[in-house]
Design a protein around this ligand. Structure first.
Ligand SMILES: Cc1cc2nc3c(=O)[nH]c(=O)nc-3n(C[C@H](O)[C@H](O)[C@H](O)COP(=O)(O)OP(=O)(O)OC[C@H]3O[C@@H](n4cnc5c(N)ncnc54)[C@H](O)[C@@H]3O)c2cc1C
Length: 291
């Protein structure tokens, strides 16, 4: 199929982009990498009257670390994130996730902001942002607001972004001390969306116990979610295979997968547990500087 007719603009700056989104509210849609939106247009599952291409907006693809946080521009591509030395060395959880998204073409064009704004229930970035307690910065003509990742993913393909807003940046609290993270995903074939995926971020105390853990799951519910029951199991625990298994079981019990072409619900639930265990092993090893 070919898309329904639409207008296209490529504003030179964010002020202009926001003005257009406000003036054409209800018919305008932001276009970033196009790797989710264009297929929807071709299937006529989306028929916006206007596409607002944000590729020329300055500074929207920056990846910088401040004293407080890591700041990732919404237009940073999966590839840019995967190739960043800062991400590889300091935020390996993000490096893991970026390298497993789609294929090289998808990673060249697709952006982290587009992925989280699209909110596919099987996409990888949402789980990572849930595990790391990220916040998302949205701008409209009226100003800027921040939204916690844990309040952002409302339902399948539904987020807290308003149609007149542009997601500009994602902020991740800077890990301190003995912290580590990892992302584990099982897919049917290389390049597929996840059958189940788990993102884990841990902080170890001076006694070697898990002071704090964040666990985000994808592909095993109507939207990616924080596995808070698993986090509660982990808090204060001494790292061990037994603890990881209990956390994995708690994560699986909190999941609500549906049977589909990726596999039956029971299998996905088992994989949610297994991915959580594997991610925990690697996250703790990284926190101990063993991984
Ligand atoms: C073959 C294939 C394989 C894939 N495999 C995976 C995979 O394994 N894992 C995975 O996670 N994803 C996968 N994807 C999806 C891919 O990651 C997309 O890049 C991503 O979902 C959308 O990013 P985009 O920049 O292309 O956004 P677009 O397609 O341009 O936009 C997507 C949606 O987000 C909105 N939007 C985009 N940017 C903003 C912004 N800054 N502010 C507000 N709204 C915005 C748009 O209006 C639109 O509704 C795959 C896609 C394809 C085609």
């Amino acid at each position: 199929m070919i898309p329904a007719q639409f207008d296209y603009v490529r504003p030179p700056n964010i002020g202009e982009a926001l003005r257009i989104l406000k003036d054409r509210e209800g018919e305008a849609k932001v276009l970033s990498g196009g790797y989710s939106l264009i297929p929807l247009l071709k299937l006529r599952l989306a028929e916006p009257g206007l596409l607002v291409d944000i590729r020329d907006l300055d500074g929207l693809d920056r990846i910088v670390e401040t004293d407080d946080d890591l700041r990732i521009g919404a237009r940073a591509t999966h590839r840019k994130l995967h190739e960043s030395a800062l991400i590889r060395d300091r935020y390996p959880l993000f490096h893991d996730a970026a390298g497993g998204i789609g294929d090289p073409q998808v990673r060249n064009w697709g952006t982290i902001g587009g992925s989280v704004a699209h909110a596919d229930p099987s996409s990888d970035w949402p789980a990572v942002l849930l595990a790391t307690m990220a916040t998302l910065v949205c701008r409209s003509a009226a100003g800027e607001r921040t939204i916690a990742a844990r309040s952002f993913f409302l339902d399948t393909f539904v987020t807290a972004i308003e149609p007149t807003e542009i997601l500009t940046e994602i902020r991740i609290p800077r890990p301190n001390g003995r912290a580590g993270g990892a992302y584990e995903k099982i897919e049917r074939r290389a390049g597929d969306f996840a059958t189940a995926g788990a993102a884990v971020a841990v902080q170890l105390g001076s006694d070697g116990r898990i002071a704090r853990a964040g666990v985000g799951l994808t592909a095993v519910a109507e939207t990616p979610f924080a596995a808070t029951d698993a986090e509660a199991v982990l808090a204060g625990g001494a790292p061990s295979e037994e603890l990881y298994r209990r956390a994995g079981d708690a994560a699986a019990a909190q999941s609500r997968p549906m049977s589909d072409s990726h596999g039956p619900a029971e299998y996905k639930q088992a994989m949610a547990a297994e991915m959580t265990v594997r991610a925990l092993r690697r996250a703790v090893a990284r926190a101990r500087r063993e991984g």
